[in-house]
Design a protein around this ligand. Structure first.
Ligand code: FSO
Ligand code: SF4
Length: 551
């Protein structure tokens, strides 16, 4: 295996024996083969699109399949064997349609990924080698780095498109870009410059897809409201829901009402607590625990069943594995899976309700509340107060410390940064990075909390909306002249999309930590440094000083 798609990759170079995340070599290689085949399928789909042949079901299949290869989503080799076989079936059907409607496809004009066919899992395993179908098939390091950077950006885009699709929001342009981008990574005609342009375009499409998802969430569940989320526990059995899928959240709350069980969020599902539609449920108690990487201890102490709707799943310990359920694109061998929706019918979460009945209530691990619900509407509703605060000098500026949390001890940097900023600095956040400082009680400035949490990683879109609204209000032409600095933490591929989205908005001088991506070659790093001023984090002391000098 060879995988270097996340921040915790071994030695910041690559996982080559087993993933630090727990992914085994067999699964990793099959993921490579699936992604390669999706690229080949996209090469044909791109030609079909040019002739006006589109297929939304196929686009969604591609998006879901890409999503399943994001870090900590699916660890089940059988899932990938099935998906690879299905990709080949769908590719053959698309090819047939194309040849019937347009004319014969010349194999010599297609990449091998569009024509290779394996008969069965044995063939898949033989083919699934990193140097044949994975990152290492590209020898030139800069080209490899750009192809992978684009692929990871597309994975994030695909995941957000998939969530929006579940809520009935979709845009063909997004799927069209995913098709074009995937096809480009197996097309030798694309040189470094063209791939760089596609990487930057992925940022623009990233903003677009986050906007679509924002509309899907807010049209369906209302705009998040400032909310003090309870982090204690009730005295009834509980079900814990993690991940990002709000449709799953809705159906779980609906089906558990009146069943004598409480529902709690974990990790990235915390922002569900701020949506008006979900606040209606009395048995929705609050949030339990912290970011994804602390789940071993926390799932164990929770006592009740746990539902993983998306990343981030950590291979479960024996002590609670029998209480874990997956759904959507998440999977783990031997862990029960709640099937998808059929014909508009909701998913059936009754196995979790049955499993919860009679269990001990969650063990109390914390108490108190944490503030949430500061997405664009609730922040911009107070724009006048914020502008007045800036003009009066009460608010010196803002630091965006969004992104991901993770296991590395160096991430303590973000806690220390939050503590060390002077009291006239406001922290804007989204994603699970916030767990490093959202329980610190950093106070407020004239009633405006010093930590404004917009929500999930996809709600980074809110941070862009807030920045552009401030630009208008303060009559600042260049986003970089605003009193806002960016100190982003990354872990998995959605964060790559968020980073590219910020770059597409012209944001410069972003600090990125705790390490720069292992998949960036020296050449691509130079490009990001020269063009955008991206820099690694340094010490708390020097970064605070530098940031304060710029805001
Ligand atoms: Fe994982 Fe966290 Fe939201 Fe990231 S829970 S790490 S960017 O925030 O994606 O899924
Ligand atoms: Fe390693 Fe990250 Fe890949 Fe897992 S996802 S195998 S930790 S690089």
């Amino acid at each position: 295996m060879f995988c270097y798609q996340c921040q915790e990759t071994a030695a910041n170079e690559a996982c080559t024996d087993v993933g630090v995340c727990g992914k085994d070599a067999e699964t990793s290689n099959l993921q490579d083969l699936l992604v390669w085949e999706l690229k080949g399928l996209s090469a044909i789909a791109e030609r079909a699109r040019a002739e006006g042949i589109t297929d939304e079901a196929l686009d969604v299949f591609v998006a879901e399949s890409l999503f399943s290869t994001i870090t900590n989503v699916n660890f089940d080799p059988e899932w990938f064997e099935d998906r690879i076989a299905e990709t080949q079936r769908r590719r053959a059907a698309l090819r047939e349609t194309y040849e019937r409607e347009v004319g014969e496809l010349d194999d010599s004009s297609l990449p091998e990924a569009a024509t290779w066919t394996g008969e069965d899992p044995t063939d898949f395993h033989e083919k699934a080698d990193p140097s044949t179908v994975g990152a290492l098939r590209t020898e030139d390091e800069d080209l490899r780095s750009l192809r992978e950077l684009l692929t990871y950006g597309l994975k994030g885009i695909a995941s957000y498109a998939d969530h929006a699709y579940a809520l009935g929001e979709t845009k063909d342009e997004v799927f069209a870009f995913v098709t074009r981008g995937l096809a480009a990574t197996v097309d030798d005609r694309y040189d470094a410059e063209e791939l760089t342009n596609l990487v930057l375009e992925a940022g623009e499409v990233g903003v677009e897809v986050m906007e679509i998802l924002d509309t899907a969430h807010t049209d369906t569940y209302g705009h998040p409201e400032p909310t003090e989320v309870d982090i204690g526990v009730g005295d009834r059995p509980g079900i814990l829901i993690s991940g990002h899928d709000m449709k799953d959240m809705e159906e779980l709350l609906e089906q558990t009402e009146g069943e004598g069980v409480d529902v709690y969020t974990h990790g990235e599902m915390l922002p569900a607590n701020a949506y008006p539609a979900f606040k209606e449920y009395d048995h929705f108690v609050g949030n339990y625990g912290n970011a994804w990487w602390e789940q071993h201890r926390e799932f164990e102490a929770f006592n009740g069943p746990v539902l993983l709707t998306t990343n981030c799943l950590v291979p479960p310990s024996d002590s609670y594995a029998d209480r874990v359920y997956t759904t959507g694109v998440v999977g783990f061998p031997e862990v029960p899976h709640i099937d998808g929706r059929e014909d508009g019918e909701p998913k059936d979460f009754s196995p979790l309700i049955e499993a919860a009945t009679g269990t001990e209530p969650p063990e109390q691990i914390e108490s108190g509340t944490i503030p949430n619900g500061f997405a664009h509407k609730s922040v911009l509703d107070r724009a006048d107060e914020i502008i007045a605060g800036i003009q009066a000098g009460d608010i010196r500026g803002f630091v965006v410390m969004g992104g991901c949390d993770g296991r590395h001890a160096e991430r303590n940097y973000y806690t220390e940064m939050a503590k060390e900023f002077p009291e006239d600095v406001i922290i804007l956040t989204a994603g699970c990075a916030k767990y490093r400082y959202n329980k610190l009680d950093l106070g407020d400035i004239n009633g405006i909390p010093r930590v404004l949490d917009a929500g999930q990683c996809n709600d980074s879109y809110s941070l862009i909306r807030i920045a552009t609204a401030l630009q208008d209000a303060l009559d600042v032409e260049d986003i970089n002249d605003l009193p806002i600095a960016f100190d982003i933490a990354w872990y998995e591929q959605k964060a790559v999309t968020v980073l590219l989205a910020l770059l597409s908005q012209g944001v410069e001088d972003i600090r990125l930590g705790p390490t720069l991506p292992g998949f960036l070659s020296a050449g691509v790093t130079d490009l990001l440094v020269e063009e955008f001023g991206i820099k690694p984090i340094d010490t708390v002391e020097s970064d605070i000083q530098e940031i304060l000098a710029t805001i």
